[in-house]
Ligand binder design. Sequence first.
Ligand code: FAD
Length: 467
Amino acid sequence: MASTFQRRLIDALGTDVARIEPADLAAYGYDAYKEDGNASAAIVPRDVREVATAVRIARECDEPVIPRGAGTGLCGGAVPVKGGLVISFARMNRLLALDVRNRRARVQPGLINLELSSAIARYGVFYAPDPSSQKISTIGGNVGTNAGGPHCLSYGTTTNHVLGLQYVDAAGRIHTTALDDVGYDVTGLLVGSEGTLGLITEIEVRLMRLPEAVRVYVAAFADVESASEAVSAIIGAGIVPVALEIMDKLITQAVEAHYHAGFPADAGAVLLVETAGPLDDMDDAERIIAGIAREHGALSWRAARDAAERAALWAARKGAAGAIGRIAPNYYIQDACVPRTKLPAVMKAVEGIARHYQLPVGNVFHAGDGNLHPLMIFDRREPRQVQAVIDAGNEILQTCIDMGGTISGEHGIGYEKRKTLSLVFSVADLAAMARVRDVFDPMRALNPDKIFPTGAVCGEVKASTAA
Ligand SMILES: Cc1cc2nc3c(=O)[nH]c(=O)nc-3n(C[C@H](O)[C@H](O)[C@H](O)COP(=O)(O)OP(=O)(O)OC[C@H]3O[C@@H](n4cnc5c(N)ncnc54)[C@H](O)[C@@H]3O)c2cc1C
């Protein structure tokens, strides 16, 4: 039997928008992280008014609200861990306006990231943030997590490309922010807030001109450490390619078996480099970068022949996580950051941790940003292995912190990492953040159980917030 909350949603929005059947709700109970939840109801709105109406009903019925993009998040951010209303933006997926002269576009949150760049390429512009999930993840979800991607090394992450927003607050009111707003940077606050401050219903994005020339290179190294040394040296020399990505042998072999893109599958590590800019600069950049790679032990160096080969190499790199499905029943991707110069040391430490826990580990990462993604392979049916993955993951995070790094490079905090937030922030810092949240959402109805730690620290946060 439908609950009062479910009936009110159906009455207000109809069965085309509101979903209450368990079989329908099951689709909104998970994301790419392992945690499952049970939504009390879900809506797939067509416009901002339907979002606002649903938020008001949820508030009156005391139900939390959880925004959802494509559900590719890797830390449980879109999971209704304790029930509530899931708002899926799948149907609000249009490019609303394109202003090529001012290099701006206005989009709805459910627009798939890659579809934006594909739609506007003929005007000579593109949208730079390119998470490896860009074929399926949404721009709203990317804004929610402040997503990064291989090309964020020189272009910056999502926050550098969002000019303004429309959002619905916890009371169901509609607000807008814009580039020329004076005062506090509310746009900046909302980007990366993982659905805890507002539901983003429109996004004004910055576009970039397609570069005159693009080149992609593949270098083979004996091991990840020497490839990482080369990355540090390239940037240390004052050159910032648009992407510097590393894959170790386990990942390269899985990727090659699946995509046949032409990566050297017998190498200990592969460095993928992309440069972009004026044609006249390309040869100099290649000479310097290839020279540094050789000085740091590159066993081979080659340039992709044409656009088709460049696209094939990138499709394979971005499909690395999927290719692991060929060799493992389950995998867990850790996301952490260290200063770039610490990459060789942290890669050695990760190897030691994996050996200690007897876990096969592959590495595929945004090396230029110092953003590592150890990918641990395990079998979820084996409780011992599950515990080993959790313990190894925590040890890797602590190692990164000890090296001056942090607990997430791009995937966010979500449900998974909320306990680890207190490893990098003091109680006073957490309390300040909690106060900001309370300004937007005093009842903590928007995506509760995300970002903020629970338990003792949460109690302390509450106490200092009340003070
Ligand atoms: C194979 C694979 C590769 C990946 N590669 C990368 C990568 O290179 N870089 C990277 O950063 N991430 C990567 N990710 C993680 C993930 O794709 C990103 O976090 C992405 O931004 C999530 O987008 P989504 O549309 O799936 O959002 P979801 O997972 O649905 O949601 C993500 C978060 O945003 C919130 N949210 C969603 N929509 C809205 C909205 N309209 N308003 C407010 N909050 C909202 C959700 O509540 C949740 O907290 C990868 C994931 C996979 C599976």
